[in-house]
Design a binder for this molecule. Structure first.
Ligand SMILES: Nc1ncnc2c1ncn2[C@@H]1O[C@H](COP(=O)(O)OP(=O)(O)OP(=O)(O)O)[C@@H](O)[C@H]1O
Ligand SMILES: [Mg+2]
Length: 306
């Protein structure tokens, strides 16, 4: 396969929008309900597909009806789900996103340990990984699975993109030596870099320190925006868009758009604007599922860049 292979979480999203999030003992009427394919890996895969890439997914679901439904939805989205493992006797991950007013949200994550990827699950998808043009690895998955995915991606010569920060020091070193692109939100940046950037200049220094360890693009959240750095340059991006509704999935859209743009030969600076524009779109709607369009994204990225 040519295209993007995403290694990460697949599950069911339940997105409930309420006027006010109730406190302890309270209750609220739900204004809107969505039940759909979700999880960080699936959301990244959907974003890559919407931006025109061929996409394969490596993840785990149960043999329950939720697993059957989300896989059918992913296949309907045009994603190759042949390397998604069905784990018997374990429940498919359920992610409940409670969306209140003014971008306030609460997330409930019911992710059984058996829904995490093991090294053997990734090994079973090695053929897919080795033939990919780009591999997008979620560092929230266990270290052995991450290590296996990075090794297969490197062996196949794929553009290797890592999102997040691994808990384990040895995996962190492997990520920095194997990944072409690393991306971390504000909280993850400290774990990835080893110290906490305090401001935008500090975040630029942090991104540059990552580049010295191997990657050729480093993208770090700053709280008010993002820094994307490459050898010899960087760009500071503000948060784009207005009226944030729900931040869920914004990082996933960011890293997916960054990956697809780089794969299409965009410069790191241009890819960074695509990423910020994609994230802003997802922040503008409830739930983590993206609704992207390549031409629209190109235009909004170009407009923001001017
Ligand atoms: N209020 C906002 N308006 C516009 N864009 C935003 C806003 N908040 C975040 N973003 C964009 O979304 C990106 C992801 O933000 P966030 O810090 O939530 O990442 P994350 O924690 O990795 O998200 P995810 O839940 O997808 O893992 C940021 O890097 C930024 O580009
Ligand atoms: Mg994230």
């Amino acid at each position: 396969m040519s295209g993007v292979v995403v290694v990460g979480q697949v599950g069911r999203d339940l997105v409930l929008t309420v006027e006010e999030l109730p406190g302890a003992g309270g209750s609220a009427d739900v204004l809107a309900r969505q039940e759909l394919l979700g999880g960080k890996g699936a959301n990244q895969a959907v974003a890559c597909r919407q931006l025109g890439a061929e996409v394969g997914l490596v993840g785990v679901v149960g043999t329950d009806s939720a697993g059957t439904e989300v896989l059918a939805q992913a296949a309907g989205d045009g994603i190759d789900v042949g390397a998604v493992v069905r784990r018997p006797g374990a429940p498919t991950a359920l992610l409940v996103d409670l969306v209140g007013p003014r971008g306030v949200r609460r997330l409930l994550e019911d992710v059984d340990a058996r829904m995490l990827l093991g090294a053997e699950d990734v090994r079973a998808g090695r053929g897919l990984l080795r033939s990919a043009d780009a591999v997008l690895v979620q560092l929230q998955q266990p270290g052995p699975a991450v290590a296996e995915a990075l090794a297969a991606a490197s062996a196949g010569g794929a553009l290797t993109v890592a999102d997040g920060a691994p808990a384990d020091g040895a995996v962190r070193r492997q990520v920095l030596s194997a990944a072409d692109v690393v991306r971390a939100d504000t909280a993850e940046a400290e774990a990835l870099v080893g110290w906490a950037p305090q401001d935008v200049p500090g975040t630029v220094r942090a991104a540059e320190s990552l580049l010295e360890q191997g990657p050729r693009v480093a993208a770090l959240g700053t709280g008010e925006g993002d820094v994307v750095a490459w050898p010899g340059g960087h760009v500071v991006l503000p948060h784009l868009g207005e009226d944030p509704v729900d931040p869920t999935g914004a990082g996933d859209a960011f890293v997916a758009a960054l990956t697809v743009a780089l794969l299409r030969g965009e410069s790191p600076e241009s890819a960074a604007w695509w990423a910020a524009a994609a994230a802003a779109e997802v922040v503008g709607t409830a739930g983590g599922r993206p609704d992207l369009d390549l031409d629209r994204l190109r235009e909004s990225a170009a407009r923001a860049r001017r």
